[in-house]
Write a protein of this length. Structure first.
Length: 392
């Protein structure tokens, strides 16, 4: 009788082990119901229709694609408050990973990585890493170049303005790319920069835009997280003075239907899905993620429906220019061809191809050379058609 009992118990054990094996193979017991919680810290409100808005659209996209993902956001966080907010997300919200989405959050993110070695952190636009702290960025300098091509072609005054938030390498890179695009079709045009010292400062941006227009600028680009510059351009255009504007980060064309020529759009969704999937799968590394047009992160357009406002297509088709690799063609065709090249990769075409000099005459990129990623990340000089000096 004892023997039969042992055989019966052994059979049950074998059935149980087989069941566990089957569950593991089918994912039932391998964590299929495991969740991952991610916290996002934004420098502005998600309704800014700029940088923070674009990040939040990417977060929502990731949440729609990853059924195991739970997210929480905290918006309008000043640099000085970042450390406290990270603590809240980790300690109170129990986040597994925290995304800090502003350059000014860098040191607080690194410190948090040291405090919480069992958590993951990803800092947007930074350059410092730890084993559990990675960096990521979707850069728009290629799109700024294309916008510059259009601005340079359309400008009647040869005076083009740029409203900028803070003098950091990212913005200098964008200003320079914009200026190089202008120079490619209009060597006579110059770029004048006005600094607002605010990522989200619509009043300051409007004041800067008005000042630039008063000085004769008839085309404006910007790095600021509201459509304020576009609203100024639209208002002047409606009064009979055409001001060409180029939107930033989000589809702002509706705010300037007669003013917005094009712009740059950022799609963070794919990058967030990739990073979160890697964290969930255990394949994440702290290697920097640097996505451009080729990765479909940087997109051209003032709206997702058209890369160039149909109102200005005929004008751009009528303006002829010359390119070393294409010969004579319309500005419209040049923009499309360059965009196609950028989508293939920086080896095909990159705005920062030498020779490039700064506005003091010093050579920065030699003939035949292309700016390295490190060159781009540390850029703190103006190219030769940008006026003035960079504030210290």
């Amino acid at each position: 009788m004892e023997m039969f009992k042992r055989i019966f118990m052994l059979s049950l054990s074998m059935v149980f082990m087989f069941s566990l094996t089957l569950q593991s193979l089918t994912g039932v017991a391998s964590g299929e119901d495991k969740k991952l919680k991610a916290g996002f810290i934004y420098v502005g409100p998600v309704g800014d229709y700029g940088f923070s808005h674009a990040h939040d659209q990417g977060r929502k996209f990731a949440e729609s694609k990853l059924p195991w993902l739970e997210t929480v956001i905290i918006e309008s966080v000043a640099d000085a408050d970042c450390a406290r907010i990270i603590d809240r997300l980790v300690q109170e919200q129990k986040c597994d990973v925290v995304f800090t989405t502003s350059f000014g959050y860098m040191d607080a993110t690194i410190a948090a990585g040291q405090r919480y070695p069992d958590k993951k952190f990803m800092h947007c636009s930074g350059f410092k890493n730890l084993p559990n702290v990675g960096t990521y960025f979707g850069d728009l300098y290629q799109m700024y170049y294309l916008n510059g091509v259009m601005a340079g072609a359309l400008s009647k005054t040869n005076k083009i303005g740029y409203v900028a938030a803070f003098p950091i390498p990212e913005l200098i890179r964008h200003i320079n790319a914009f200026a190089l695009g202008i120079k490619a079709v209009n060597p006579k045009a110059t770029v004048d920069v006005r600094w607002t010292y605010a990522w989200y400062g619509p009043d300051k941006a409007k004041e800067a835009a008005e000042a630039l227009i008063a000085e004769g600028c008839d085309a404006l680009a910007f790095t600021e997280d509201t459509p304020a510059v576009i609203e100024v351009g639209q208002a002047h255009t409606e009064k009979g003075k055409q001001i060409y504007t180029f939107s930033h980060y989000s589809p702002m064309q509706p705010y300037g239907k007669d003013s917005v020529v094009s712009g740059q759009l950022m799609d963070w969704g794919g990058m967030y899905v990739k990073a979160l999937q890697d964290i969930y799968n255990g394949t994440w590394t702290n290697e920097d993620m640097w996505w451009l047009a080729a990765e479909k992160a940087a997109l051209l357009g003032g709206s997702f429906e058209e890369i160039i406002n149909s109102k200005f297509v005929a004008d751009l088709k009528a303006i002829k220019t010359k390119a070393p690799d294409f010969g004579e063609l319309s500005v419209y065709d040049l923009v499309l061809k360059r965009y196609e090249q950028m989508q293939k990769g920086v080896e095909e075409f990159d705005p920062f191809q030498g020779p490039i000099k700064d506005n003091t005459g010093k050579e920065k990129i030699a003939s035949g050379a292309r700016a390295s990623k490190q060159d781009l990340l540390s850029m703190m000089y103006y190219v030769d058609n940008v006026k003035g000096t960079i504030p210290q």
